[in-house]
Write a protein that binds this ligand. Structure first.
Ligand code: UD1
Length: 343
């Protein structure tokens, strides 16, 4: 099928484009490169031997996007585009709500206008909020989140569900990602955060490179296996495969349905540090710092539904995630900032 991928030059989007091309699907990326680089397109071609279609446009340019959508005429859409920095969203909620909701409205209007009603949406485990206990089950309780970023995902899940309930013909997958880590095994595509990373794995990598002095461990007195926060880290290549599985099952989905994409296992900050020390062969200094506001102690997925209904389960563990993230970083010390890949 022909899949339009919004945000296809981003971290998860680019890995999903590779997975789609490798399964024989046709892909057109729509991206404005606000938080990514056009070099990603060349790298995708290097990995797969296929150059995906590509349109540079801001989804908020609604008439322009609608016209582009009509020319692309996709069978389905995977929607990655959006703002995702939790701290920034707390500081500037209006920008986050306006952007994440506005881009999705523009997309939905274009899809409606062209009668394309198959959509895979990037949601997040953040929608389980603070009250639920892991393993998180998709329909166990009402969704909530502690940041405007997270609430934009809660709201969009609701909006997409209402749209699908109101009008027959929609097939919508709401994919709740746990914590994506790693990079493509080729070392050609990976995560390229601008500035100081917020997330643990990219921060660890920068410390391993000697670019930052130490990792701050946000709290060592949580009620967890070793006192540090536990998360469900998932290899980005497994996550990408989850999107292909969801897309290929979409025709069987009536309305909107949520799936967790995680491994079902919790890994502590200390354990992730150890995995990176093993993968890099370097000591990674860490100092204990106060808890970070908004963090939950423990988070991991119940994977029953994704396994049963999508026929998908991740195969890579934290050792592979650390190995592949490190390979990517070593081959591309400046991310995509210069074409300096040393593979
Ligand atoms: C965060 C976001 C979540 C978002 C996800 C995207 C928050 C509260 N949540 O998830 O909404 O969907 O990123 O991947 O920001 N840690 C350290 N030192 C660091 C960084 C993190 O000890 O420098 C710890 C955290 O306390 C946590 C774990 O590492 O226990 C993972 O943190 P992080 O990678 O930021 O992911 P989440 O907080 O789970």
């Amino acid at each position: 099928m022909h899949v339009l991928v919004t945000g296809g030059a981003g971290f998860i989007g680019s890995h999903t484009v590779v997975a789609l091309l490798e399964r024989g699907h046709q892909v057109t990326i729509v991206d404005d490169f606000e938080n990514s680089s056009p070099r990603v397109i060349d790298r995708i071609e290097q990995v797969t031997g296929i150059r995906p279609g590509f349109v540079e446009i801001d989804l908020l340019d609604e008439p322009g996007f609608r016209a582009a959508f009509g020319s692309i005429a996709p069978d389905a859409v995977t929607h990655f585009a959006g703002l995702k920095a939790v701290g920034e969203s707390v500081a500037d909620p209006l920008r986050y709500y306006a952007h994440n909701l506005g881009t999705t409205f523009s997309l939905l209007n274009a899809m409606k206008a062209h009668d394309t009603k198959a959509l895979v949406f990037s949601s997040s485990a953040t929608v389980y909020g603070h009250e639920q206990q892991p393993p998180y089950v998709e329909d166990a309780a009402a969704l909530t989140a502690t940041s405007p970023y997270g609430m934009s995902k809660v709201m969009l899940e609701r909006i997409l569900t209402d749209v699908a309930d109101a009008e027959p013909g929609w097939h919508i997958a709401l994919l709740r990602y746990f914590n994506p880590v790693g990079a493509h095994e080729s070392g050609l595509i990976g995560e390229a955060p601008l500035g100081a990373p917020d997330n643990l794995a990219p921060y660890i990598v920068q410390v391993a490179l000697g670019r930052r002095p130490h990792v701050r461990v946000f709290g060592d007195d949580y009620p967890t296996k070793d006192g540090t926060g536990e998360r469900d880290y998932i290899h980005v290549v497994d996550l990408a495969a989850g999107h292909v599985a969801a897309l290929e099952k979409l025709a069987d989905v009536t309305g909107a349905r949520a799936w967790n994409l995680g491994t079902g296992r919790g890994t502590s900050v200390t354990q992730l540090l150890a995995a990176f020390e093993a993968a890099t062969g370097r000591a990674i200094p860490a100092v204990v710092a106060p808890r970070r506001s908004g963090d939950v102690p423990r988070s991991w997925a119940d994977t029953t539904r994704a396994e049963a209904e999508l026929g998908w389960s991740p195969t890579r563990g934290v050792a592979e995630m650390a190995r592949d993230a490190w390979r990517w970083q070593q081959q591309n010390p400046n991310g995509y900032a210069a074409d300096d890949c040393v593979s």
